[in-house]
Design a protein around this ligand. Structure first.
Ligand code: PSU
Length: 303
């Protein structure tokens, strides 16, 4: 191995790093495990373009044949979006995949690690993982939460995915000392729905404030990042009351089929897609694009 970690940068990411212009990291699990083909690849391209249009450079992160890619070229993105059996990489398996020369998509946790390694401080996704319903017996809590507590990257999401136990997820984030910031409203959004009955611990109304808060955190020597909860645009939301029975049905199906561990989130997203006749996917696409634009605005204040 010539370098300690085999890493490759896309041409536009290499140029932006060299020039010191704003960058936004993007994850790849949403492509391989979060959305069906071809909408996954189409969405990934749209999101990248949203970042560019907002004045930053997109860096979609994935491991391809043992190399950690910071930014994917068009053909690589296309290939990843159609590949079968791609691993879903979190903190535990990211180094293993690289060591063994494998191919894998990065979750929120793994994307934060890779972004930080590459010197990228802002990352946009759809919704973070969190505490799964039934945690009392399963102890299924996403590694995304611990990562927010230790890796200094600001993550822009539409909150945590509404398939989770949202109050428990935000309790854990509070315990871990992760700043949870609602953007432009008092209440936390709930992924496909713009609001919820949960009052946000913190509220900010500008990208500049969010960027400044991350800088102060770093300067104080506090580890960890921030979670920015950006509500889905009103015209694209699915009200929580509409979704509640659908989520309950998807959870019951997951239970009946014995789905566990890393399979739970992809199964639930797929089932909710079917049960909403694809409307959940339209909402998911709208919220990721909205997050990409805010992340680019935050990144502009961090250069
Ligand atoms: N956002 C989406 N769709 C997704 C994800 C995020 O709109 O599929 C992915 C992220 O990669 C996140 C993962 O880290 O779901 C959470 O998986 P789990 O619950 O297994 O930790």
């Amino acid at each position: 191995m010539t370098s300690p970690i085999p890493m490759a940068y896309s041409a536009e990411v290499a140029a932006a790093l060299e020039a010191g212009t704003p960058l936004v990291a993007l994850e790849s699990t949403i492509i391989t495990h979060g959305m069906p083909f071809p909408q996954n690849v189409e969405t990934a391209r749209l999101v990248e373009q949203d970042v560019r249009d907002a004045g930053a450079t997109p860096a979609t992160i994935a491991v391809l044949d043992g190399t950690l890619h910071i930014g994917l070229e068009d053909a690589e993105l296309d290939q990843l979006g159609q590949a079968e059996g791609v691993a879903k990489l979190s903190r535990a398996d990211l180094p293993v995949c690289i060591a063994l020369g494998g191919t894998g998509a990065t979750t929120v946790a793994a994307t934060m690690i890779a972004a930080h390694l590459a010197g990228i401080a802002v990352f946009a996704t759809g919704g973070i993982g969190g505490v799964h319903r039934g945690w009392e017996t399963s102890l299924d809590i996403s590694a995304d939460l611990q990562e927010l507590a230790q890796t200094p990257v600001t993550v822009v999401a539409a909150g945590a995915k509404a398939i989770l136990d949202l109050p428990a997820t935000f309790e854990v984030l509070e315990t871990l000392g992760v700043p949870v910031i609602a953007y432009g409203q008092d209440h936390l959004p709930a992924f496909w729905s713009a609001t919820s009955d949960m009052v946000a611990p913190l509220r900010m109304d500008s990208a500049r404030e969010i960027a400044t808060a991350q800088v102060v955190r770093n300067r104080m020597g506090l580890p960890g990042g921030q979670l920015v909860c950006n509500p889905i645009p009103a015209e694209a939301e699915i009200p929580a009351e509409t979704l509640a029975p659908i989520i309950a049905q998807a959870l019951a199906d997951a239970h009946a089929e014995g789905i566990a561990a890393k399979g739970v989130t992809p199964f639930l997203l797929g089932r909710i897609f079917e049960l909403t006749d694809g409307k959940s996917l339209d909402a998911n696409i709208a919220l990721v694009r909205n997050n990409a634009r805010l992340a680019a605005a935050i990144a502009a204040h961090l250069v």
